[in-house]
Write a protein that binds this ligand. Sequence first.
Ligand code: FPP
Length: 242
Amino acid sequence: MTDLTTMPITEVVEKSELKHIAFIMDGNGRWARQRNLPREAGHTAGAANFKTIVRYCKRIGIQCCTVYAFSTENIRRPRHEVEAIFRLLLSYIEEAGSEKDIEFRFIGNPAALSENIGRRTKALEDVTRGRPYRLNIALNYGGRDEIVNAVNTLLAEGKQKITEDDISANLYTDTCPDPDLVVRTGKEMRISNFLLWQSAYAEFYFSDKMWPDYSTDDVDEAVRDFAGRSRRWGGLDKDETK
Ligand code: FPP
């Protein structure tokens, strides 16, 4: 029996074939409120932590990371909060080209947020294309919207009959494998319109920590937990098929 608690984390990632991890970075607002700070301060702390966690995931050998930065519904938040999130994103995009080895992809419809965001996200995708690690940033993203968009693309191509593979190939995540593990912080247990199609067989992990407090040790804990699970993809465990 392999001991998942003592094995180096890079080995756990490799042995468990964890290729894609996705994060619902929830709890920025509550983290700030608990400290009598404005919600924007929570997003600032959240953005700093996002960098730490993404770099760590790459360091331990996870090929693909997806983060939920801004949903199609988040635009309903007060203007000053939305603008604060956009400022953080734009300032991150400014420096992100120098993140070594990371290919960026913005999933969702960032161009609809503003002409500036559309142009800068596209430019970052272009300069980082072909790099070995992939980071998907969900920006103005909704899982239902993504599926509808895929179906409309196929209809526009004249498809009469649509297969699962057709839909998968037309999602924003296209060349990425589906997420193996979806982590949500912030004590909530819901999917919030995130990667609806892609997470059909994902394992879910919920953390009580608010996103700015979520640490690399917490990533290790989630990864070890994932490695100890039995993924059956709707079938049976090997020893139950005899
Ligand atoms: C959820 O917390 C978080 C968001 C809606 C925004 C996430 C944005 C960042 C981490 C900053 C910018 C990102 C990048 C990639 C630089 P919440 O506000 O819903 O928290 P609450 O549930 O406590 O109110």
